[in-house]
Each structure stands twice: as structure tokens, then as C-alpha cells.
Design a binder for this molecule. Structure first.
Ligand code: 9D3
Length: 257
């Protein structure tokens, strides 16, 4: 798996090369990174990468030419995998999700374009970009943090990246598999400042623990993400006893935070 990043701030990508499970996978050469700074593909003494918007308005717009040359350099180095998706990180893109991460991990990687300023010249998008992705409805200063999020979410899906200690199996047991939010976690001490770990988790009774966790998941999901309850139902992921518990919750009124 290879990611090529077009960015004015290449140092930000140390976040995934130098830390945590993505760094371990990087050192094992399970994935590689190319960094392409549009400033290195300028021709003028000032190394200009942006200009004022036609039609007026606030902010600056990224120039087509340095972006296009950076993408061409990335494609040249990728060689045969030159048909990898070219994904623009954009607040007007389609929302990123786990299904997209799974699509990307099945491919050879991607060229990720990180915008700064007000945006990039539309002609660059028309000429080079195959997909536009957003992280959600909040305003960031550029595409670097979204690109880092995509790399992190995709790399951890690569075979051999997660070990049991990283909870890979637990992970796939939750939202993606169950369609529900995860249940709460506890570790030592058994009592902290008078607050005890729920008795069910201390019982050692594995069937009861499973029921407790399932009910906690249902309760939390109904309270915070009712949309996920409906899609889990549509996917056939809710049992008769789940439905009975949900009805009971609705009758009682919710108790979860
Ligand atoms: C406040 C500026 N906005 C004018 C209405 C437009 C705007 C331009 C550039 C908003 C954000 C940005 C920079 N953001 C990204 O490049 C970005 C982003 C984001 O801001 N939120 C969620 N996902 C993404 S992906 C790229």
C-alpha cells in the first residue's frame, strides 16, 4: 500500500510515520509514503502556490500548475499503479466512512491532495481529481488532518498491522459488524473514588457479561445514534431479544447519558 500526499505541510505526516500502530506498520514496510510539496513545482522566485479568486471574495485559491505538476511527479514514481485514485480532501466532498476505508484497503493506495486557503482552482479538480472526500460538517484549516485520518483508518485494516493487543477482533465486532456503538470499558481498580465497576463485569459469568454488553450497546446507540438502530434493523442485525429490550427502553424512557 502506498500513499502519495500533495501538501504544503509535509512535516505533518510524521504523525502517522512516527507514532503508534501506523508507525510500526511503516517500519515493517507494510505501507509507504510519498510527500509532494506544490512549492517545489513552482517556477517563480517567490515559489507562489496561490492567487486571488476571480470574481472577488475572501481568501486565496491554490494555483492549478504546481498541483498538477506535483500529481504528475507522484504518478511517475508510482509507475504501474498510475491509475490509483486521486482524492481531494474537500469540505464539499462525500463524507468519509468505514466502507470507504475498506474500499481503499482493497486497492493499491491513493494520491491524496490537501488543499489550503479557500480552495483549489476548479480546473485542477476537473483535470486530475477522481474523488472528493470530507471528514464531516466542521471547518478545518486544510486537508492534512483529513488525509492523516484516512491513512490511519486504511493502514490499520492492512493484514498484519493490528495484533490482538490492538483489539482488531473487538473492533470488527463492533460498529462495522454489529452496526451498534461499543459498550463501555473498565479496568483496575475495581473501585475508584467510590465508583465501582458494574457488577456484571465482575461476575465471571460470560453469558451474563455478553447480555450486559449487548444491552449497553443498544442503550447507548438508541440514545446517541438512533439512525444506527434503524440501519442495524434494516440489515437484520437486531434479534428478537434486542427488539424486546429496545421496546422496554422506549417504554421506560431512556436512562443512558
Ligand atoms: C470558512 C471557509 N469556508 C467558506 C465558507 C470554506 C472552507 C474552505 C477551506 C472551509 C474549509 C476549508 C479547509 N478545509 C479542508 O480543506 C477540508 C475539510 C474541512 O474543513 N472539514 C471537513 N473535512 C475536510 S476535508 C478538507
Amino acid at each position: 500500500m502506498r500513499f502519495d500526499i500533495v501538501t504544503l505541510f509535509p512535516d505533518m505526516f510524521g504523525a502517522v510515520c512516527d507514532h503508534g500502530v501506523t508507525a510500526r506498520a511503516y517500519k515493517q514496510q507494510l505501507w509507504s509514503l510519498g510527500l509532494w510539496n506544490p512549492r517545489d513545482f513552482t517556477q517563480d522566485v517567490h515559489r507562489t502556490v496561490d492567487d486571488r479568486p476571480y470574481g472577488g471574495g475572501p481568501g486565496m485559491v491554490m494555483l492549478v500548475d504546481p498541483l498538477e505538476k506535483a500529481v504528475a511527479a507522484a504518478k511517475a514514481q508510482r509507475g504501474t499503479a498510475a491509475d490509483a485514485p486521486v482524492i481531494l480532501m474537500s469540505p464539499t466532498g462525500r463524507r468519509f466512512n468505514q466502507a470507504l476505508a475498506e474500499e481503499l484497503v482493497a486497492g493499491e493506495g491513493a494520491i491524496l491532495i490537501c488543499g489550503r486557503y479557500e480552495g483549489v482552482d476548479q480546473r485542477f479538480i476537473d483535470r486530475c481529481v477522481t474523488d472528493e472526500i470530507s471528514m464531516g460538517d466542521f471547518v478545518l484549516s486544510g486537508g492534512e488532518i483529513p488525509a492523516l485520518a484516512i491513512i490511519d483508518s486504511v493502514v490499520r485494516l492492512l493484514p498484519g498491522v493490528l495484533n490482538d493487543a490492538d483489539s482488531a477482533k473487538q473492533d470488527s465486532f463492533n460498529v462495522t459488524l454489529t452496526g451498534l456503538l461499543d459498550s463501555p470499558h473498565y479496568t483496575r481498580p475495581e473501585v475508584y473514588e467510590g465508583q465501582s465497576v458494574p457488577a456484571e463485569l465482575l461476575s465471571g459469568h460470560h453469558a451474563n457479561i455478553a447480555v450486559w454488553r449487548r444491552q449497553q450497546s443498544l442503550m447507548l446507540t438508541l440514545k446517541r445514534r438512533p439512525d444506527l438502530i434503524e440501519s442495524a434493523r434494516q440489515q437484520g442485525l437486531l434479534s428478537k431479544s434486542d427488539e424486546r429490550f429496545l421496546k422496554q427502553l422506549r417504554d421506560e424512557g431512556l436512562t443512558a447519558r
